[in-house]
Design a protein around this ligand. Structure first.
Ligand code: NAP
Length: 284
């Protein structure tokens, strides 16, 4: 079985961004800039935003973390986003979720300008994307497409199943696979006999958010399996995915591990999107 090494692909994509960022800097007198907003004290979120800033800086981009108090009001958050929307030196904006309970993520998704939406997940961005005219594509599903491309896996004509239909992963994943000419079925929590669908598929992307939901018996021989799931609840508290990866050896044709599969590509695509948005605005 071919292990689809997301870390390796991620390293290659990041290296390819370095000269692009240097060229942008020479032309525009500054590096592409990602602004990250975090509200409150959630420990995991603090780690995620620090990682994003460090990842930007490692490849020559700049990043600012705007840390807002837990009791920030919706109006204050909207005002912060609008200030960044209007700041000519900011290319990408990312609001770290989850937000404290009194704040609406819907409002955030309506406020970030699509010209600066590095995640590609705001309502406007998804509208452009589903209309076939994306500014950038949602990070996680686009990261999956980058992995498949890296390993010369051409999905055209494949029978593909996506397990999950969230706006963040499932729906845009199905759209990207369909654009690449796969025939796509979307399964979800109300799908009857999930296995009947996954067992027929050449390619299965699993994003159900259920630890170790699927194993060998759920895939046909020589299937390609992409596991988007991420859980800290595997054996011995280890990170695991929605798929029982160890069962796939000698059965699947190719599969992504967890960790080291789709995960590393999400931040990398965020960096790629920020660079792309900077280039697009500078050239417009
Ligand atoms: P989500 O919003 O909870 O959506 C889960 C989807 O899976 C829903 O559409 C749900 O169906 C479906 N589902 C749940 N249980 C199912 C089952 N037993 N059989 C079939 N479908 C089922 O989750 P998400 O945000 O899309 O994330 C999915 C997973 O990916 C999570 O583990 C998350 O941590 C991970 N993730 C990883 C990355 C990364 O960078 N690797 C990025 C984003 C997310 P209904 O619509 O019917 O409820």
């Amino acid at each position: 079985m071919l292990v689809l090494d997301g870390k390796e692909v991620s390293n290659q994509v990041r290296s390819s961004l370095v000269p692009r960022i240097a060229a942008f800097k020479t032309k525009n007198g500054r590096a592409p800039h990602l602004a990250v907003i975090i509200v409150g004290e959630d420990a995991a979120s603090q780690v995620y935003v620090r990682n994003k800033k460090a990842s930007c800086e490692k490849i020559g981009m700049t990043s600012t973390i705007h840390a807002l108090r837990t009791d920030t009001t919706q109006e204050e958050l909207t005002e912060m986003i609008q200030t960044l929307n209007n700041d000519a030196d900011v290319d990408g904006i990312l609001v770290q979720f989850p937000l404290p309970k009194h704040l609406s993520s819907d409002e955030v998704l309506k406020t970030v300008s699509p010209l600066k939406d590095a995640d590609g997940l705001t309502y406007s961005s998804l509208g452009y994307f589903f209309a076939g005219s994306p500014l950038v594509k949602p990070c996680t599903p686009q990261g999956v497409m980058t992995i498949l491309k890296h390993y010369n896996i051409n999905v055209e004509g494949m029978n593909a199943v996506v397990v999950g239909r969230s706006n963040i992963v499932g729906k845009p994943m199905a759209m990207l696979l369909s654009e690449a000419n796969a025939t796509v079925t979307i399964c979800h929590s109300k799908t009857k006999n999930l296995s009947q669908f996954t067992r027929n598929a050449d390619l299965v992307v699993v994003a159900a958010g259920k630890a170790q939901l699927l194993g060998k018996e759920d895939f046909k021989k020589d299937a390609i399996v992409v596991d988007v799931g991420m859980h800290g609840s595997g054996q011995g508290g280890k990170l695991c995915g929605d798929v029982r990866f160890s069962e796939l050896q000698g059965w699947a044709k190719a599969a992504t591990p967890v960790p080291g599969g789709v995960g590393p590509m999400t931040i990398t695509t965020l960096l790629e999107n920020t660079c792309l948005l900077a280039e697009k605005r500078a050239n417009s």
